[in-house]
Design a protein around this ligand. Structure first.
Ligand code: PEP
Ligand code: MG
Length: 582
């Protein structure tokens, strides 16, 4: 077996050794080819066989669902079976194969596009969204036609959980909705062909604390199912079929990495205070209530960012008020009075409710996402605000609004919050009347106008992931421009500083909850710029704390001023690296 290495962008550190499990994104692989007339009947048979196989698979899953499986899962598979039985999917593609003399994959994809198009014209939103089911069913058929094992199925997830072998997922791309499911399963690492450093998929990899690499370009083509691979998340390198000596060397490095992680545990209970006595609060970012255990294990002060959108993913219906209330209340109670900052729904852009959602707007990161989406869907927003307020009675909850760009959005949000409070008062449902309201500063317009926002808010939280994306006009999920995505761009630093100053002037606290907060190489710079609160994935807290314990605030302030005086990225990088080492 030939050994080779592939290079990408490491997004979550650590080393994993395991066997590759390829995940197919069948729709991307469909090619169009013409067939001679004499092969058409065979092609139609190939198509019918694929439909029969998928029907069989789905019926098996349907009958094996246990009584305690969610009812919606059963209904969901039932819908897929119905769609598959419908003439439009099981018969019309045969006509297409015949008339166009084309391959079966192409025929069913053409038909899928046609059906999806018809669904898009439907007024009713629920029915319109059912186009996802069509896409999912067709994807299953195409996978069978292409001879691939199906995507991350329940079976595969369970086998990863029970197998002795470590499984490394190899995919063209993994959506945040897919990645959130990994929290319940034990994959050793995952690697993808595309993606950026601060895409939500990468953020989830860091929260899982498993090595991960994106932007490998052709990993899915070059790696075969079952092959032994090494993933070095720190270096962004994948080694396929390593020989014995390489394997031994990496196992050594893996052990060293684990020893270093364990050493850090010694400072778990130590307060994050600089050598000259400045105290820094280290908060944690979470995606689901189950993450609270990790928050506690890392000794975080509280939760600085709870990304609630993950509660809305991989399901057909939005969670209702009760379900949301229970999730928020559980986190607040588990944190026993420590601060829990819960961000309202930030769906849109790369965070879609379902992995297979076909994004139709031209520029989703600039489109109807986050607070814009919530304000355009007042009922969804009202439900979430009521759930948050109800939960606020049971702990120290603060509300955080994502993606603010105008004061009008903020004022409208405040009106919505008042409306939610009023409805609860009328029902005599208790909540914290003085619940704090904060805003994410993640759009340059908000950073430039931070004083005005600070005046009308209780606190600010800088979302550097989006702030960098929007300041530099670089899609955070696009690997082709990932090399230009730089947190140390002087304009990004200036916007962060403006926000810190606005908070200082108006006496409002400012934190950073983007990925910059968890990068220990940037800790000295950020606190030197005046930040006293950082929120990051629990797995980063100890390495950031270690930096703080070695720092002297008086020096950091002077150093940060020098960095901020520079206009050249390379010079900034050099100076930050130099200060970081002393
Ligand atoms: C950010 O943009 O920095 C942020 C924290 O929000 P998200 O990564 O969820 O967009
Ligand atoms: Mg953001």
């Amino acid at each position: 077996m030939i050994s080779f290495s592939i290079h990408g962008v490491g997004v979550s550190s650590g080393i994993a050794v395991g066997h590759a499990q390829l995940i197919s994104n069948a729709l991307l692989e469909v090619v169009h080819y013409q067939l001679p007339k004499y092969l058409i009947d065979d092609e139609i048979k190939r198509f019918s066989d694929a439909i029969a196989t998928v029907t069989n698979d789905l019926e098996l899953i349907h009958s094996s669902l246990r009584n305690n499986s969610p009812a919606e899962l059963s209904a969901f598979i039932g819908t897929h079976l119905m769609m598959l039985a419908d003439k439009s999917l099981s018969e019309i593609p045969k006509d297409i194969i015949k008339n166009e003399q084309c391959n079966a994959e192409w025929a069913i994809k053409l038909q899928m596009d046609e059906i999806v198009n018809q669904f898009e014209q439907i007024e009713d939103e629920y029915l319109r969204e059912r186009k996802q089911d069509v896409v999912q069913v067709v994807e299953r058929v195409i996978k069978v036609l292409l001879g691939h094992p199906s995507q991350l199925t329940t079976d595969q997830q369970t086998s990863a959980q029970h197998s002795e072998r470590k499984v490394i997922l190899v995919a063209h791309d993994i959506s945040p909705a897919d990645a959130i499911q990994f929290k319940q399963h034990q994959f050793a690492a995952f690697i993808t062909d595309v993606g950026g450093v601060t895409s939500h998929t990468a953020i989830l990899a860091r929260s899982l604390n498993i090595p991960s690499i994106v932007a490998l370009q052709k990993a899915r083509d070059l790696i075969n199912d079952g092959e032994l691979i090494i993933v070095d998340g720190s270096q962004g390198v994948v080694i396929v079929n390593p020989d014995k000596s390489i394997l031994t060397e990496y196992k050594l490095r893996q052990d060293q990495w684990e020893i270093e992680q364990q050493k850090l545990q010694r400072i778990k209970l130590t307060k994050a205070v600089t050598l000259d006595g400045a105290s820094i609060e280290l908060f944690a970012n979470i995606e689901v209530p189950e993450d609270v255990a990790k928050v506690k294990a890392a000794g975080a002060t509280g939760i600085g960012l709870y990304r609630t959108e993950f509660l809305f993913m991989n399901r057909r219906e939005m969670p209702d008020e009760e379900e949301q209330y229970i999730a928020y209340k559980t986190v607040a109670e588990d944190m026993k009075g420590a601060e829990v900052t819960i961000r309202t729904l930030d769906l849109g852009a790369d965070k879609q409710m379902n992995p297979d959602t076909v994004v139709t707007c031209a520029n989703p990161a600039l489109g109807l996402r986050a607070i814009r989406l919530c304000l355009s869907e007042p009922q969804i927003f009202h439900t979430q605000l009521r759930a948050l307020l109800r939960a606020s009675h049971y702990g120290n909850i603060k509300i955080l609004i994502p993606m603010l760009s105008t004061l009008a959005e903020l004022r409208q949000t405040k009106l919505m919050l008042e409306r939610a409070k009023l409805s609860l008062r009328k029902q005599n449902i208790p909540f914290n009347e003085n619940i704090a309201l904060g805003g994410m500063i993640e759009v340059p317009a908000a950073a430039i106008n931070a004083e005005a926002f600070a005046q009308e808010l209780d606190f600010l939280s800088i979302g550097t992931n989006d702030l960098i994306q929007y300041t530099l006009a670089i899609d955070r999920t696009d690997d082709t421009v990932a090399h230009l995505y730089n947190p140390l761009h002087p304009s990004v630093l200036k916007l962060i500083l403006m926000t810190i100053k606005a908070g200082e002037k108006l006496g409002k606290s400012v934190s950073v909850c983007g990925e910059m907060a968890g990068d220990a190489k940037l800790t000295k710079l950020l606190i030197g710029m005046g930040l006293r609160q950082l929120s990051m994935h629990p797995s980063h807290i100890l390495s950031v704390k270690q930096k703080i314990l070695q720092s002297e605030m008086s020096k950091l302030n002077a150093n940060a001023r020098k960095v901020l005086g520079l206009t050249d990225i390379e010079k900034i990088e050099q100076l930050v690296a130099k200060y970081n080492d002393i």
